[in-house]
Write a protein that binds this ligand. Structure first.
Ligand code: GTP
Ligand code: SPV
Ligand code: MN
Length: 589
């Protein structure tokens, strides 16, 4: 029998499960996290003593720490991620599947005795605002102190979760064992019917911070279908006009395609008096409200953001957010214990240590920071944090935006004709693959609603759930598609992006309020060159805008074939409405 240490909850279901898992994993110690400040200090000191964290320069980066993961463990691994439903078709053709019983036996086999000599951290956490009917409780058991400290930033961690849970046994169970961080024995497995997650063999990001992609998206989407809500890979922002009108927008872009940047947008000078507030940068839980509008909460409490490309010009709010109390993972380290990455402000350091701990200079051929290096920072640090972020009711969404990273084909922005057409646009979303997941960099793949790696059930059923939600909404959000990443023949981005995306956002907001013009095209409603405000954009003319908005029929013929591939794969579960939408698009083109 394991020594359970000084347990800090009276919830019998939690205690019982910790006991079972401790008996299985046989840690030397069990530590029950309470989420307090004193605990943060103690765990941080321990992580530094263990060599897991390095304290960064306190003058430049107060409260900040540096971490390097195993070089074989730097991103999500989709090939090791499983949805273990009872029947294979419930997981669908876009997920890896294994029978729950067999997979659990294999994983418990790997975990047996896997924490010998180590500490098991009991990490209770709340996803969503305290007291919200939309929030969910999870308990993650992990043998990684790095996970405990990251979960403390990313979620509302500690006693607050036990308070929300009360005596209920309805919480997500998450077991995480690092083992020897061996890619051959790496599994991230979801058991939706049991509300259970087991992750072994990794210690990085979305593989192990189980509240994030595993609970908030994979298990969340499964629960959402049953309970009548939506778990989406979406940022949520609020646009405030100079008159004080607030419009809330949710946007789904695939991993490393601009959610954090869009969520923290600072409007350019031309938009004096406008303000963008951040609700969330990665995940939205959305539910119809009593007034027939769709309400969203951000289940998270922090940002696990992409470091490369983040600078005071592209994303000043992020730079301020990560100036303190932040954990940096796989960036480069300078001799004065500052951090650096490709695309940070200023000159590269004359010398540094790269993300693998090797000496680096600007002459080095390899990157100093891993392309998927990340910061973990509390949302409370964000100067643009929306005050509504803790509102248990969430915020009413007026627009849903889909977007991908597409060098060709997709115009800067267009609007769906209606909800069903919008679901079709989301369902056919394509994007170039990024460093956020292992493999395939740069290839265009279908990533429906930016949820391909995160949907916890059959993708066809997920589309049907989207279509059905329309019936529960009196005021459905308007749906849009954007592409910040279109390139010219020389390979330069056609659109300046970042803060300038406000110009497109303004059109979206105005469309929601019936104040902006658009032209009907085969794809949907597209703004004319006069409908997007270009004033103050040096060197960017109406002709440039037309190029960014252009619809090229040749490119669209290829696009249709690529969309067809996914539809064929999903055919047996694909809602008829989407097949009709495809027919309509073909005939319009
Ligand atoms: P995940 O955390 O993986 O879900 O990513 P994300 O969607 O939050 O992406 P993020 O905002 O971190 O951006 C990823 C990369 O895209 C960064 O290197 C950004 O600099 C770049 N990026 C973001 N917005 C824009 C834009 O408007 N234009 C261009 N050209 N690049 C952008
Ligand atoms: C993503 O890949 O979409 C992320 C990073 O937000 S991770 O938490 O690793 O999934
Ligand atoms: Mn993400």
């Amino acid at each position: 029998m394991s020594n359970l240490g000084s347990c800090n909850t009276t919830n019998q279901a939690v205690i019982q499960w910790v006991k079972e898992m401790a008996d299985l994993c046989q840690p030397d110690r069990v530590y029950w996290c309470d989420g307090s400040e004193a605990e943060k200090q103690a765990l941080t000191a321990q992580a530094v003593a263990d060599g897991v964290l390095l304290k960064l320069n306190p003058e430049k980066l107060p409260g900040c720490f540096y971490h390097r993961s195993n070089p074989n463990d730097v991103a999500r691994v989709e090939q090791c991620t499983y949805i273990c439903t009872d029947v294979e078709t419930d997981a669908g053709p876009t997920n890896n599947w294994a029978p729950p019983k067999e997979m659990k036996e294999r994983l418990y086999g790997l975990a047996r005795g896997g924490m010998k000599g180590r500490t098991l951290y009991v990490i209770p956490y709340l996803m969503g605002p305290a007291g919200s009917a939309m929030s969910k409780v999870g308990v993650e058991l992990s043998d990684s102190i790095y996970v405990a400290l990251n979960m403390r930033i990313m979620t509302r961690m500690g006693r607050i979760a036990y308070q929300q849970l009360g005596t209920s046994d309805d919480f997500n169970r998450g077991l995480h064992c690092m083992l020897d961080v061996n890619p051959e024995r790496r599994y991230i497995c979801h058991f939706p019917r049991e509300n259970l997650i087991i992750s072994v063999g990794s210690a990085y990001g979305g593989n192990v911070l189980l509240g994030k992609k595993c609970l908030a998206l994979r298990i969340g989407s499964y629960l959402g279908r049953q309970e009548g809500w939506m778990a989406e890979h979406m940022l949520v922002l609020g646009v405030e006009s100079p008159r004080g009108e607030k419009t809330y927008v949710a946007a789904a872009f695939p991993s490393a395609c601009g959610k954090t940047n869009f969520a923290m947008l600072i409007p350019p000078e031309r938009f004096a008096g406008w303000k963008v507030w951040t609700l969330g940068d990665d995940i939205a839980w959305m539910k119809p409200g009593p007034d027939g509008r769709l309400y969203a909460i951000n289940p998270e409490a922090g940002y696990f953001g992409v470091a490369p490309g983040t600078n005071y010009k592209s994303n000043p709010n992020a730079m301020q957010t990560i100036a303190r109390d932040t954990i940096y993972t796989n960036v480069a380290l300078t001799p004065d214990l500052d951090v650096w990455w490709e695309g940070k402000d200023g000159e590269p350091p004359a010398q540094a240590t790269d993300w693998q701990g090797r000496p680096w200079t600007p002459a080095s051929k390899e990157k100093a920071a891993h392309p998927n290096s990340r910061f973990t920072a509390p949302m409370a640090n964000n100067p643009a944090l929306a005050p509504e972020v803790n509102d248990p009711n969430g915020v009413p969404i007026s627009a849903i935006v889909f977007g991908g990273r597409r060098a060709t084909t997709m115009p800067l922005v267009f609007q769906a004709f209606n909800w069903t057409h919008g679901v079709f646009i989301g369902a056919t979303l394509g994007s170039e693959m990024t460093a956020a997941a292992v493999g395939g960099m740069g290839q265009v793949r279908r990533d429906p609603m930016a949820m391909l790696p995160f949907c916890g059930y059959n993708m066809g059923g997920y589309f049907r759930h989207w279509l059905r939600m329309r019936k529960r909404l009196k005021f459905p959000p308007r749906i849009f598609h954007v592409n910040w990443f279109r390139k010219d023949a020389e390979g330069n981005f056609l659109w300046p992006g970042f803060g300038e995306n406000m110009r497109v956002l303004k059109w979206i907001v105005d469309r929601c309020h019936g104040r902006a013009d658009a032209n009907e095209t085969p794809l949907g409603w597209v703004p004319g060159a006069k409908d997007i405000d270009l004033e103050g954009l040096d060197g960017f003319t109406a002709e440039h805008l037309e190029e960014a908005l252009n619809i090229d029929l040749e490119e669209w013929r290829r696009e249709l074939l690529m969309q067809e591939e996914l539809f064929l794969k999903l055919y047996s579960h694909l809602p008829k409405e989407l097949i009709f939408q495809r027919e309509l698009l073909v005939s319009r083109l």
